[in-house]
Structures are given as structure tokens and as C-alpha cells.
Design a protein around this ligand. Structure first.
Ligand SMILES: [Zn+2]
Length: 235
């Protein structure tokens, strides 16, 4: 029996024993399908914000910090496929979802959107959170995007110096102080004078990304763009 045939039988057998289901819709996958089925991939709710200046994500930061550009890849809706994927990535250790979405995002982005980027970095987790979760859900997105865009990336250049306390009970001024003491650049040599692409999984109010970008923008000659996998769907 040819070796490739043996592998095929083994793979078919393992598929029967442990069928692979789509991360998005949970249907059984065909042999040649990726962790997300073709149907889900084709129907990804893409924002196409990268083709529109002054898009909704860019506007979140207007009057707050100066960005070169900003966009998100997909719209999330409550209970929808994107929320399910994000949940798998964030709470179920499915880092392959991050790799896959990062790769698809970079492939869908127009090259001119990222051609002047020098380095890609994630919004970091606080070390306590990193310890309890075991991984930063943004790292897999960053490495996959950087690889696809042929850019370098730095996973540890920025650190989160405090866990994000609940901000809802605080007044406006205290909230500003709170957010602006969240991040610090611990390896500035990797970011000084560079155009940094800052990545997060989801953007909602933008306050965490704003705080992280502000820390990076204290470096001389450094500029920042922002990209996230998901943002709320406009209703
Ligand atoms: Zn599916």
C-alpha cells in the first residue's frame, strides 16, 4: 500500500472518530475545507472600511489621538458568526482562529493600506490576565497578518502596566487618568521612528486602543495606525 494512501485512511479514520466542525457554524467540514467552512468564509460580514477614509472606526479616534488610518475587518452582531469566532479565540484557546482571521484580513486588505507600515504590535494583556488565560488572543492575529503582509512584528514592545479596572463607577476625569496609565512602551528601540500598526481583536468605544496608541505616540518620530478584526455592526 502506498504511503500516501495509508495517510489518507488514517486521516479519514481520525475524521470519523473526531470530526472537524466549522468554528463558525459548527457543521461538519469537508476534507479540503479549512477550520472555517466555505459558506461561512464567503459570507463573512466584511466592513470594507479599509477602502473608506473617514470610516466609522477612524471617527472613534477623531479629536482624541492622531492616527494615520484605522479600520476593522468584520462586523460582529450578537450571536453571529464573528462573535462566535471571537469567543473561540478568546476563551477557548483556539489560537488557530486568530491565525486564520489574521491571514484572511491581510489578504483582503488592499496593499496600499499597509505598504508604509514598519512593524505590527498587539494590544498587550496585563501579566495577571496573561497568566490566567495563558495567551494573548491578539498575538496570533498579529503574527499571521505580519507574515502575510511581509512585515516585522513585536509582541512584547508594549506592556500593560495595570489591569483595566471597571471604569463605569469613575468620573470623567478619573476615567481619563485611569485609561492613560494603562500602557507603557518597555522596548522603545523597536518602535522609535516607525509607523506602527496596532492590532486588537475587537474595538467598541476605542478607549483601550486610544490609551495604547497614546503610549506609543510618546516616542519620537513614531506614527500609529489601528486595525481590529471586529467592530460593532451599524444598526
Ligand atoms: Zn461554517
Amino acid at each position: 500500500m502506498r504511503q500516501s494512501l495509508i495517510f489518507k485512511y488514517l486521516r479519514d479514520f481520525s475524521h470519523l472518530a473526531f470530526p472537524f466542525n466549522c468554528f463558525g457554524c459548527n457543521t461538519a467540514l469537508e476534507e479540503d475545507e479549512l477550520p472555517i467552512c466555505k459558506e461561512c468564509f464567503e459570507h463573512f460580514p466584511r466592513t470594507y472600511y479599509w477602502r473608506h477614509e473617514e470610516n466609522t472606526v477612524e471617527k472613534l479616534f477623531w479629536g482624541k489621538i492622531k492616527l494615520v488610518r484605522a479600520c476593522s475587518y468584520l462586523f460582529f452582531t450578537k450571536g453571529g458568526i464573528v462573535q462566535q469566532l471571537m469567543h473561540q479565540l478568546k476563551y477557548n484557546s483556539k489560537v488557530e482562529v486568530g491565525h486564520l482571521l489574521g491571514k484572511y484580513f491581510a489578504q483582503d486588505l488592499d496593499e496600499h493600506w499597509y505598504k508604509d507600515i514598519d512593524v505590527v504590535v498587539p494590544v498587550p494583556l496585563h501579566k495577571d490576565k496573561l497568566k490566567s488565560r495563558g495567551y494573548n488572543q491578539c498575538d496570533s492575529i498579529v503574527s499571521a497578518m505580519a507574515q502575510e503582509m511581509q512585515k516585522s512584528y513585536q509582541l512584547t514592545a508594549v506592556e500593560r502596566i495595570r489591569a483595566n479596572d471597571s471604569q463605569t463607577r469613575k468620573g470623567r476625569y478619573e476615567r481619563w487618568i485611569n485609561v492613560n496609565e494603562l500602557f507603557s512602551v518597555c522596548q522603545p528601540q523597536f518602535l522609535i521612528g516607525k509607523h506602527v500598526l496596532l492590532i486588537d481583536d475587537v474595538v467598541t468605544t476605542g478607549s483601550t486602543l486610544e490609551a495604547c496608541a497614546s503610549a506609543i505616540l510618546t516616542l519620537p518620530g513614531t506614527s500609529v495606525s489601528i486595525a481590529t478584526i471586529a467592530c460593532p455592526s451599524p444598526v
